[in-house]
Design a binder for this molecule. Structure first.
Ligand code: MG
Length: 426
């Protein structure tokens, strides 16, 4: 559902004096789902006619909670301020509640923060990557997804992606008897499982099956394409060590999320179990969660998610730290990150020496219609926009044709159940 525009808010009385003339006049949120999953888009408007910034605050499960934080709490604090003072505003909004952070508050903050960077670029007449230091590369390599249950079919799909220009492909393998990544159980089976509160996930089967398929695919595709795999935080630390050893033959570009955030202290042991590069971070909602991993030098790729980290302002500092500690970035960018968020990713990617690879979703025609200027990979590469700011616009009228009609199906994804009925964390 597209929210009715919020009323223009009066400036907060505790505003400090600013030297500039430009002022924020309104902060609005829009919910829409042209990609299928819900997006939360933030628009920060100014007293300069036609000058506004856009930010992505998308979290597909908690859209209304996030838009409420923007509409009812952060937005009113921003109205009347100079949008140029991004560091000051970010610090104010982050610390204003005393209890700071968390993914909902950070997503809301990120929507505003990215919009302020968009405004800064438009005022300067410069693309965002130029504000972040300029081009460190001409384009950002993207990776696409292949899911399946058969090594032969997966190989065909990987090679087809390679034909389209992708040099990096994430391969997810469905495990016989489970209902993840490419296999769905019959409706009757699923409904009976739900009635009995039983699931199909079995980590032992995953550990037996997936490494063998990945090694098979590697042998079939040869060495001309990079393969990535995401374990999706479903392993215990000892199971993660087994997986690291078991995937050696697949020659992965990286193994993602072998450990859940709660088990991050085990990365040091994972490091010594094998040579596969380790990626983690899409669930991290605080920059500080990365710091022990950087300092201990136990990961290789940071799966940064700009909305969840609170915007470009904190994320660019993390990216700089990654560069200093020899960790590459692999920003999160599936379909639940809007084109506005993806444009922010690409700006960071092309401006940082630490960049590794960018996750890409195939935006639907509807999404591109709602977001003119959507970043779309060409030949497996994202080329940065040279338009001022993010280079992406938002067509509010078109967005109304794609309302958010239902929440994302939580229980099939977040509440995966094991065969004994226990809830399994994603
Ligand atoms: Mg992941």
């Amino acid at each position: 559902m597209i929210r009715e525009p919020a009323p223009v808010l009066a400036p907060a009385p505790w505003l400090r004096e600013s030297s500039g003339e430009l002022r924020v006049t309104a902060v609005r949120t829009f919910l829409c789902a042209p990609q299928g999953c819900p997006y939360v888009i933030v628009r920060v408007e100014t007293n300069e006619p036609g000058l506004y910034g856009l930010g992505c605050a998308s979290d597909p499960q908690r859209t209304r909670a996030i838009s409420s934080v923007v509409d009812d709490y952060l937005g009113p604090m921003l109205v009347g301020r100079d949008p140029a003072d991004i560091e000051d505003v970010h610090r104010l909004l982050l610390n204003s509640g005393y209890w700071r952070g968390g993914s909902i508050a950070n997503n809301a903050l990120a929507g505003i923060d990215v919009a302020l960077w968009d405004i800064k670029g438009k005022v300067a007449g410069l693309p965002l990557h130029s504000l972040l230091g300029g081009r460190a590369r001409e384009y950002a390599d993207a990776y696409t997804h292949v899911d399946g249950d058969d090594a032969g079919q997966i190989t065909e799909d990987v090679l087809a992606a390679h034909e389209r220009g992708y040099r990096h492909v994430r391969v997810q393998v469905s495990v016989p008897g489970t209902d993840t990544y490419g296999t769905a159980p019959a409706d009757a089976v699923e409904s009976e499982r739900r009635r009995l509160r039983l699931g199909s996930w079995d980590t032992a089967s995953y550990l037996r099956h997936v490494p063998a398929v990945l090694a098979d695919v590697r042998e079939r595709v040869g060495t001309g394409v990079e393969l990535l795999h995401d374990a999706h935080e479903r392993l215990t630390p000892s199971q993660a060590r087994q997986l690291v050893r078991a995937v050696e033959d697949a020659g992965l570009y990286f193994l993602e999320d072998a450990l859940a955030p709660e088990d991050a202290a085990h990365f040091a042991q994972l490091r010594t179990a094998g040579s596969v590069p380790l990626a983690v971070g899409e669930l991290y909602s605080e920059v500080g969660q990365y710091l022990p991993l950087l300092e201990q030098r136990v990961i290789d790729f940071a799966r940064i998610r700009i909305p969840t980290l609170g915007g470009i302002t904190p994320t660019r500092k993390l990216v700089a730290a990654c560069e200093l500690f020899g960790v590459r970035t692999a920003p999160h960018g599936p379909g639940d990150v809007s084109p506005v968020g993806q444009a922010a990713n690409v700006a960071l990617d092309v401006s940082s020496p630490a960049f590794g690879v960018q996750e890409a979703a195939r935006f639907t025609d509807s999404t591109v219609e709602v977001f003119p200027g959507s970043p779309v990979p060409v030949g497996g590469r994202f080329y940065p926009s040279n338009a001022p700011g993010l280079g992406v616009d938002f067509d509010e009228t078109a967005a109304r044709r794609y309302p958010v009609t239902a929440p994302l199906e939580h229980d099939r994804w977040a509440l995966l159940r094991s065969t004994d009925g226990s809830a399994h964390r994603p």
